[in-house]
Design a protein around this ligand. Structure first.
Ligand SMILES: [Zn+2]
Length: 337
């Protein structure tokens, strides 16, 4: 049976996104680096003009080929801006005739196509593949030692996965189906969950600064991670501590880096309870106001001072929220502005 035009358009778009990953060596760069695809940096690298404006009637637009140029609204959150950027990049790479986009569909190759413009079908499929490729799921699932059967049916886990990929919970859910990691019936269950509920469970009595901000659950497996999000996100850091040996995580480094430590608790694992077992130190902290910077915590014996062999836990923050207007931050970095 011949492929439908929509199916052919999607396959071409997915192939173009994969080709761009290869051309820019993105799999290596992303998995050895920040852990998310920096679409605005890619647009800058391709010398495609990109500007952010307070558009109210569209999320984004792309000029027709052979002109190239992308505009994205400042009126939406970072995850939507990033997906819109990937969609418009799709129009540019696939040399479409130009487009003004009022909505984004996150289902990638699962979006119903009846009555839809084939260029939009293609740009949606491109965006899903470009931002949320199968190798990026695999990277985070391995790094966190999650299993499909044991973890990915849990909405709390999928929420944490979505934060690390710099995408919305919904988009990441659809990617699980698109890459055939989970069947659609199970993802339907995940999609019924209210993300606000997941956030409030994690932060306990503390809430992120606004309803669109997130709560990160970070453990030793996130050592060296780069977090992308909003400056009023809340961080819940859970680290094992060998309290029996007098070792403690020295959290002054957080305060010195501008973090506000809201809560600091220690709990021993009771199951089984034995002497010398590590306790879990749980910190809830607000990141520094500017949302950027690096911090390294050390687990040391307070009386012994710093020892190069002490375990460390490092984080880099890119919690700057949505792009706020004019050039992208990637472009400003590139041009030293
Ligand atoms: Zn479009």
């Amino acid at each position: 049976m011949a492929r439908s035009p929509a199916a052919a358009a999607r396959l071409d778009a997915v192939a173009a996104a994969k080709q761009l990953h290869r051309d820019l060596d993105l799999q290596r760069r992303v998995t050895e680096g920040s852990g998310f695809v920096d679409v605005f940096e890619v647009i800058s690298e391709l010398d495609i003009p990109l500007v952010f404006k307070p558009l109210t009637s569209a999320l984004g637009l792309c000029l027709p080929a052979p002109l190239r140029g992308i505009m994205i609204t400042t009126k939406r959150g970072l995850h939507i801006q990033r997906f819109t950027g990937a969609h418009e990049l799709g129009h540019a790479v696939l040399e479409h005739r130009g487009s003004v986009d009022r909505e984004m569909l996150y289902r990638g190759s699962l979006t119903p196509t009846a009555g839809r413009d084939l260029q939009e079908v293609a740009a949606d499929a491109f965006a899903a593949e470009f931002l949320l490729p199968r190798w990026l799921y695999r990277h985070h699932i391995r790094a966190q030692e999650w299993t499909v059967a044991g973890h990915l049916r849990n909405p709390d886990v999928v929420y944490q996965l979505s934060l690390r990929m710099g995408a919305s919970y919904e988009a990441v859910c659809w990617g699980l189906v698109g890459h055939q990691i989970l069947p659609e019936s199970e993802v339907d269950e995940l999609l019924k969950v209210k993300v606000a509920k997941l956030k409030s469970r994690l932060g306990g009595e503390f809430r992120p600064g606004s309803s669109w901000s997130d709560v990160w659950r970070l453990t030793a497996k996130d050592n060296g991670a780069c977090l992308i999000g909003n400056p009023d996100d809340l961080l819940r850091i859970e680290l094992e501590e060998v309290a029996g040996g007098g070792y403690q995580w020295q959290i002054d480094a957080l305060r010195q880096a501008g973090y506000l430590v809201l809560s600091d608790e220690s709990a021993f694992s009771r199951d089984p309870l034995h002497y010398g077992a590590p306790a879990v130190r749980t910190l809830i902290a607000r990141p520094p106001e500017q949302g950027t910077g690096e911090v390294t915590l050390r687990e040391s014996q307070p009386w012994a001072g710093e020892n190069p062999a002490d375990p460390t836990f490092a984080l880099a923050l890119s919690l700057q929220g949505p792009e706020s207007g004019g050039l992208s931050r990637a472009n400003r970095r590139r041009f030293g502005m």
